[in-house]
Ligand binder design. Structure first.
Ligand code: FPP
Length: 249
């Protein structure tokens, strides 16, 4: 991720038409491991390596925001050992990437019910978020203990409290006002959502924010996903005509 490394613009990619915000549902770690007769945990370890590679690629190409679905509110139901491993990998990722994020001007942010995370993860997260808080090169947004419905319920609660306390008039409740009360306040909605491992569903991810997002589903399992396929998806995205409910040109 060293910023001094020269970067060649990949064939077919228009750097002036890059998505401003890419969101990824990283799926298939377990199947990747099972196919190799390995424990699911090996799949998550391999998946963490893919996270490193894709963050680097986004920084190199110049994608301003990357949001990764790293742990959902539903993932707490997995076995104790799997949850503990995912938390350990998360902490390891934050700690080991901290310096690279600082050197490469990347800001780390997290969205979700962060209070539910183990204390050691919260401490690492807060430290790296504080240390990288002023970085402007790229925003890496980790969705942790994240659920789209929980996010919407949280937004409704905050707005209802403000209305109850007489701080806002309900006429103020516009779509922008709602966006400003979500975890992603201040960020543009994702232009592109990628899901690996072939499942055609949203799985409670960024429900409000993906209203007009282009969706790309690949059969590749997350640990096998890499820079070349990511760039092919970006090229495909650039060929799509985004109409936002309007008619074509
Ligand atoms: C889905 O695979 C993936 C997850 C539940 C979590 C994603 C976690 C990582 C990529 C590793 C750690 C994260 C970071 C940010 C370093 P799955 O277990 O649902 O796969 P399956 O559907 O094949 O069982």
């Amino acid at each position: 991720m060293n910023s001094s490394t020269s970067f060649h613009v990949p064939e077919g990619l228009d750097v002036l038409k890059l998505p401003k915000h890419v969101a990824i549902i990283m799926d298939g770690n377990g199947r990747w491991a099972e196919k190799r007769l390995m424990n699911r945990i090996r799949g998550h370890e391999a998946g963490a390596e893919t996270v490193r590679a894709i963050v680097r690629t986004c920084r190199e190409i110049g994608i301003p925001i990357l949001t990764l679905y790293a742990f959902s509110t539903e993932n707490w139901q997995r076995s104790k050992i799997e949850v503990a491993t995912l938390m350990m990998l998360l902490k390891k990722f934050i700690d080991s990437e901290e310096n690279e994020m600082i050197e490469n001007n990347i800001r780390l942010n997290a969205i979700g019910q962060l209070e539910k995370l183990p204390e050691d993860v919260r401490i690492s997260l807060k430290r790296t978020m504080d240390l990288t808080g002023k970085n402007k090169g790229m925003l890496l947004n980790l969705a942790l203990s994240y659920g789209g419905r929980a996010e919407i319920a949280n937004m409704v609660k905050i707005i209802a409290e403000k209305a109850r306390d007489g701080k806002i008039d309900p006429v103020l409740i516009t779509e922008n006002f709602i966006s400003d009360h979500l975890y992603t306040a201040g960020m543009p909605d994702p232009d592109l959502l990628i899901r690996t491992s072939g499942e055609i569903r949203i799985s409670n991810f960024l429900l409000w924010q993906i209203a007009y997002t282009e969706i790309f589903i690949t059969d590749t399992l997350w640990p096998d996903f890499g820079k070349d396929e990511f760039i092919k998806i970006l090229v495909d995205f650039q060929r799509r005509e985004r109409r936002f409910g309007n008619v074509g040109r």
